[in-house]
Design a protein around this ligand. Structure first.
Ligand code: HEM
Length: 211
């Protein structure tokens, strides 16, 4: 057991776990509304609507906090992609996940003071945090105030298009969540990354690790 790096300051842990709980509430209430059936409901429609609205508003506030935190602290720098090498870097990381880690090889992008995320994490976290969540939040607010939605866009109903984008991005974030939890178990020990996201410290281990 070696040195520890304080990679997860309190504000990012607070944002992360509040965001995770809200995302789970949004997925359950969203699915419940999508497949609502007055005879046989999972959560009653009214409760699901209120739960979805309140969680969506809180998630938006949290998201603004995340953006401010990433702009004003060094945390944002971990998300910067090196576009000149990203293709090769992604192949190296994927190769590691497919073969290397099973052969106990060393990770191609070890965590250190300057690096917290590997190239695959950078691409997925950037995609989720800077593309999917903004789309989900904007289309969600538009559904809360449908009068602001254009009547027709690209020849189709603006409301339907908005709804479709909201549902597709929600579905993609749900898939991300499942994959994200799986990848979070790939560390020096299966609980290493969860512990880091709870106590803030990434422990440096002597044995090869995945992130
Ligand atoms: C029960 C649900 C969740 C669990 C158990 C979980 C677990 C973790 C763990 C262990 C880490 C630290 C390891 C790493 O950096 O990959 C992490 C980081 C992260 N997670 Fe999650 N997560 C969950 C939900 C989410 C959701 C819903 C989102 C976004 C929509 C998300 C976005 C992130 C981001 C952006 C980071 C990196 C944060 C940073 O250090 O700047 N997570 N997660």
């Amino acid at each position: 057991m070696g040195k520890k790096i304080y990679h997860y300051p309190f504000w990012i842990r607070l944002w992360h776990w509040v965001n995770a709980v809200l995302c789970i509430l949004l997925i359950f209430s969203g699915l419940s509304m999508q497949y609502s059936d007055p005879q046989n409901y999972f959560i009653s429609f009214d409760v699901a609507v209120s739960m979805h609205n309140v969680s969506g508003i809180l998630l938006t506030l949290g998201y603004i906090g995340f953006l401010i935190g990433n702009i004003r602290t060094s945390n944002g720098s971990y998300y910067k992609i090196n576009w000149s090498t990203i293709g090769r870097d992604l192949i190296k990381q994927l190769r590691y996940y497919m073969f290397g880690m099973f052969r106990k090889e060393k990770t191609p992008f070890p965590i250190n003071d300057k690096r917290k995320l590997n190239p695959l994490q950078k691409v997925t976290y950037d995609g989720v945090m800077y593309l999917l969540l903004p789309l989900l939040i904007i289309t969600g607010w538009a559904l809360l105030f449908p009068e602001i939605i254009l009547d027709r866009l690209f020849g189709v109903s603006g409301l339907q298009l908005n709804d479709l984008v909201h549902i597709i991005t929600g579905f993609l974030v749900s898939i991300f969540l499942v994959v994200h939890i799986y990848f979070s178990t790939i560390g020096a020990t299966p609980s290493a990354h969860f512990e880091a996201m709870i106590n803030g410290y990434h422990k440096m281990h002597d044995e090869p690790e995945s992130h």
